[in-house]
Design a protein around this ligand. Structure first.
Ligand SMILES: [Zn+2]
Length: 274
């Protein structure tokens, strides 16, 4: 089944569903590099780029109407991965997420509909809220704002940044991913040499919240956090959709459930015998 998917950046891509066997072979490398297997999954599901949306065409258009997924924003990549799952399975939009309650010791299943709220699902996606941000993105220019008196220029995160951050985290397990992410996205801090930005980020303290808030204003994205309610103690919580193997291959979850059921049945039979 193929469908035209509209992304937070208004890009439109025709994407096709994939079989479990195809997913398995694409995701084989997931242990080595999650980013690379995500890129491979996106490339394999892409039929063609229909509309570049807010992207500069030179950035996103690959050979023969393909999408240059390493140059797509992280948010668009996430949306593409979700779309791939929705397109691949009959009930691909339904994702039964395991949630651990943070108020009581129980866990439960949160049934999540991976379609946008506008289509009856649970997910919120949004485009650029300000024209100045959309225009800057279109022209490949950084966004601009002020942190106190200081001018800051920054940009969205792309697939290439994800690759770089994955590599840096592997080489240096103590590095904070959030710091690496901010450092990648910041283009310029007024009156500061670029080499000093990382040290500045590490020492930001309370200004860090203001900085991430400023940067989040210029975004086109998808919210992976869904509201939950524990059926055991009725307390409200939040859960983030993970992109683990069970997300990609629902069969893995079904297999696990089947194994458990058979084991339980065998244990009961054994108890009855004794
Ligand atoms: Zn609970």
């Amino acid at each position: 089944m193929s469908e035209i998917i509209t992304f937070p950046t208004r890009m439109k891509v025709e994407m096709q569903g994939r079989s479990v066997a195809e997913f398995r072979s694409t995701l084989k490398g997931m242990r080595n590099s999650i980013v690379q297997s995500h890129t491979a999954a996106l490339e394999a599901a892409t039929a063609k780029l229909v509309d570049v949306g807010d992207y500069p065409e030179s950035r996103i258009l690959g050979p023969e109407d393909s999408v240059n997924w390493l140059q797509a924003t992280t948010e668009d990549r996430i949306w593409g991965l979700i779309g791939t799952r929705v397109n691949s399975y009959g009930d691909g939009a339904i994702y039964n997420m395991k949630v651990q309650c943070d108020r009581c010791p129980k866990s439960y299943t949160r049934r999540t509909d991976l379609r946008p709220i506008e289509d009856g699902g649970d997910l919120v996606i949004w485009g650029f809220e300000k024209d100045e941000h959309r225009e800057a993105f279109k022209q490949g220019l950084p966004f601009e704002g002020k942190l106190g008196e200081r001018g800051i220029k920054w940009r969205m995160a792309y697939g290439t940044d994800e690759e770089l951050i994955e590599k840096l985290s592997k080489d240096n397990p103590n590095a904070e991913t959030d710091d690496l992410n901010l450092n990648c996205r910041i283009v310029e801090v007024e009156g500061m040499h670029r080499n000093d930005v990382m040290t500045w980020i590490r020492k930001l303290g309370d200004d860090r919240i203001a900085l991430t808030d400023l940067m989040s204003e210029a975004s086109a994205g998808v919210d992976l956090v869904v509201d939950t309610r524990c059926p055991w103690c009725n307390s409200d919580g939040e859960a983030t959709i993970p992109f683990d193997l069970e997300f990609w291959i629902p069969v893995v979850a079904a297999e696990r459930d089947r194994r458990r059921r058979r084991k339980d049945a065998a244990l009961i039979r054994m108890a009855e015998k004794n």
